[in-house]
Design a protein around this ligand. Structure first.
Ligand code: IMP
Length: 429
């Protein structure tokens, strides 16, 4: 059995949490490789609902869970999350959780900057989660971030804070934010350091040892390909690479270690935040999808924008991420629609495109070309076998496969862990 990399193939919130939880059951190690507490996964196990933001979903099953170097970590958010899930009965200790020593931190000043910039941007705002993720990645690339390994090294920490504030001081002044001095940052970090250090280790060594012992590793993506800093709907994206290729760099393994690349795809499309969304429905049908699918963000509680399945987008995600199979989630939300539409191309002026162009103006201007497909009156809710699906639902799934150029490996039919139809075992490639 090999490793599996799971990524979102639309704009996030495809239902990755449930799939990752299901896969984590059979993995030995679960690793997060990008993003931060802008992510939100809800997992339902029996009667307990867990909400994970930074913690890899493997902690729900006591599996070795690693927060890799590609993640930016807000220590306060992480410690709150640890306390919350402990209160729900999970064990979080250094045998279960590893924080990569070379991962960068998100600090309160990053949150301030995120909020101030969004407030000033007016109509040009990105609609971020407000968690300071973008500013933290900027500092990482600007080589002035504070990393976990600095916390145990007082002289280095002092130098790092100095570099950081030399950059943030003028920025804050320009944005009318109160001044922050080195003592304040030192004191803030001093509060959390003793609680974090027990988890801090070289994560790449853990992964190297796991590979040598032939353990199964699950790479857990956050956000999704259309929010990728390079391949997404820039600038309406997050600040990390979300494509499968990031799993290696963001965890500290070679590119071949990612194994089978599984894309998570919702049976329709949703997006939170601003930015282009060609198949968006701003009508009753969109409302109906949102109500049936409970489409509210787990992190910010924002109402998600809803629309028909966009096969052009997903085909593009499959190509740029090397997706080998997809999980089609929330198929049951489409139960009861008389007819369904799938976006199969875009019209841009007098041209027809089979891909989403890169430019902002073109992305905002493309109009969807739809194919209409028959709905089903029966139910797919809680189906666990292909045979339980109405014939028209099977036809829908097959058409999706054809249009996106990738096989549907799994279909999910309710929020519960075991309501899954498996056509192909991702761990067997
Ligand atoms: P940021 O990642 O907070 O900077 O937000 C940038 C964009 O990514 C915004 O449109 C957010 O709504 C979106 N985003 C970030 N994380 C998620 C997620 O986990 N699910 C869906 N959208 C997300």
């Amino acid at each position: 059995m090999g490793n599996v990399t799971v990524i979102g193939a639309q704009w996030g919130d495809e239902g990755k949490g449930k799939v990752i939880d299901w896969l984590a059951d059979r993995a030995d190690v679960v690793v997060r490789f990008q993003g931060g507490n802008n992510a939100g996964h809800t997992i339902v196990v029996g009667n307990t609902e867990y909400r994970f933001s930074l913690l890899p979903s493997g902690v729900a099953q006591g599996k070795l869970s690693i927060i890799g170097n590609g993640v930016v970590v807000d220590p306060w958010s992480l410690l709150d999350e640890i306390e919350r899930v402990r209160g729900q009965g999970l064990t979080i200790d250094p045998d279960v959780l590893v924080l990569a020593d070379n991962a960068c931190l998100v600090l309160p000043l990053h949150r301030d900057l995120d909020a101030a910039r969004e407030a000033l941007a007016g109509a040009a705002r990105i609609g971020t989660t407000g968690r300071g993720i973008g500013p933290a990645y900027e500092d990482k690339v600007g080589r002035r971030a504070i990393r976990f390994c600095d916390l145990a090294d007082a002289p280095a920490l002092e130098t790092r804070i100095g570099r950081l504030l030399a950059h943030h001081g003028p920025l804050r002044k320009g944005l009318d934010l109160p001044e922050v001095n080195a003592e304040t940052v030192m004191a803030q970090l001093g509060e959390v350091t003793p609680r974090l250090l027990p988890y801090v280790r070289p994560a790449w060594r853990e992964l190297d040892a796991a590979a040598a012992a032939k353990k199964q590793i699950l790479f857990e993506g956050a956000q999704a390909v259309m929010l990728d800093i390079d391949h997404g709907t820039y600038p309406f994206v997050t600040s990390s690479n979300t494509v499968a290729g990031q799993a290696a760099a963001g965890a500290g393994v070679g590119p071949a270690a990612g194994g089978y690349i599984l894309g998570i795809v919702k049976a329709y499309t949703t997006r939170v935040g601003e930015g282009p969304f060609p198949s968006e429905l701003k009508d009753e049908t969109g409302e109906r999808l949102g109500a049936r699918g409970h489409e509210f963000g787990t992190v910010t509680g924002r109402k998600r924008r809803c629309g028909w399945f966009d096969a052009v987008l997903v085909r593009q995600s499959v190509a740029v991420s090397g997706i080998q199979g997809v999980v089609l989630t929330k198929l049951d939300v489409l139960d009861g629609f008389e007819s369904l539409k799938i976006c199969v191309g875009y019209r841009l002026g007098d041209r027809v495109l089979d891909y989403l162009p890169a430019g902002v103006t073109d992305q905002a201007a493309v109009e969807p070309i739809y194919e209409e497909i028959e709905g089903w009156s029966g139910t797919t809710h809680k189906a666990r076998s292909w045979r339980d699906l109405p014939a028209a639902a099977v036809k829908y799934v097959r058409r999706v496969e054809e249009l996106i150029g990738s096989q549907v490996a799994l279909v999910t039919t309710s929020p519960e862990r075991d309501d899954i139809i498996m056509m192909r075992d991702p761990f067997r490639g």
